[in-house]
Design a protein around this ligand. Structure first.
Ligand SMILES: [Zn+2]
Length: 224
């Protein structure tokens, strides 16, 4: 499935959730038109695409796909942690501190612990709440196969089925986009977008009151 990130409000939605208005692709969150880019970033998409094109019958399929998928999932987690940490802060002011925080918490298990500290609960709990209760279990399975394979146990890789790889890729996109959206609603860029929406709503209200006033005035004039 193809996902797009709105460059105005930073929310991510699958292609099917975008509204087509007068031939324009419109964000359902901030109504910005044609302001989007492909999500996730090129490097992550390329890792997934390489696995999907790889011959699943080959002996080294498990090794290659477990290494690639693990790298992609860790990058997705890193981007999400960055978003969670920056919340209402400005990149110029705290960006370097967050980079440092991520650098000092390398590896999957440390990063998942960091998630718990920054978020509203464990990654497992929040992934479950987003509707994908098996995602972390699948990720754990793949990470285990990756660890054994890269340490020389190539046979371990043969346990990895392409169906598990496929479902983990689509689950990861769904889970990470939902969690990203959840934490993004607290970020600055989203506030800016919603602020302009609120102002528009106020202007419309004012316009309606003004219209009512004019109608009333005309009615009064007519009564005279
Ligand atoms: Zn938007």
């Amino acid at each position: 499935m193809i996902y797009h990130l709105c460059t105005e409000c930073d929310q991510i939605e699958p292609d099917s959730e975008w509204i087509i208005e007068w031939g324009n692709k419109t964000c359902k969150h901030c109504r910005a038109s044609n302001k989007y880019e492909l999500w996730p970033s090129t490097e992550i998409r390329e890792l997934f695409e390489t696995i999907q094109k790889y011959n699943s019958e080959s002996f080294e399929y498990g090794l290659v796909s477990s290494v690639f998928i693990s790298a992609a999932l860790e990058l997705l987690l890193e981007r999400l942690l960055f978003k969670m940490a920056i919340k209402n802060l400005l990149y110029d002011e705290v960006g370097h501190l967050i980079e440092y925080l991520l650098d000092s918490n390398q590896g999957r298990s440390k990063r998942l612990q960091l998630y718990k500290r920054l978020g509203y609960g464990s990654f497992e709990k929040e992934a479950k709440e987003s509707g994908y209760s098996h995602f972390l279990k699948h990720w754990n399975e793949i990470a285990k196969i990756r660890n054994k394979s890269v340490h020389g146990d190539i046979k371990e890789g043969t346990k990895l089925k392409s169906s598990l790889v496929e479902s983990t890729i689509s689950e990861s996109l769904a889970v990470f986009s939902r969690l990203y959206n959840k934490y993004n609603t607290e970020s600055i860029r989203y506030d800016v977008a919603t602020e302009s929406k609120r102002n528009l709503a106020k202007d419309l209200e004012r316009l309606k009151t003004w219209k009512k006033q004019v109608v009333r005035d005309i009615d009064l004039d007519a009564d005279d």
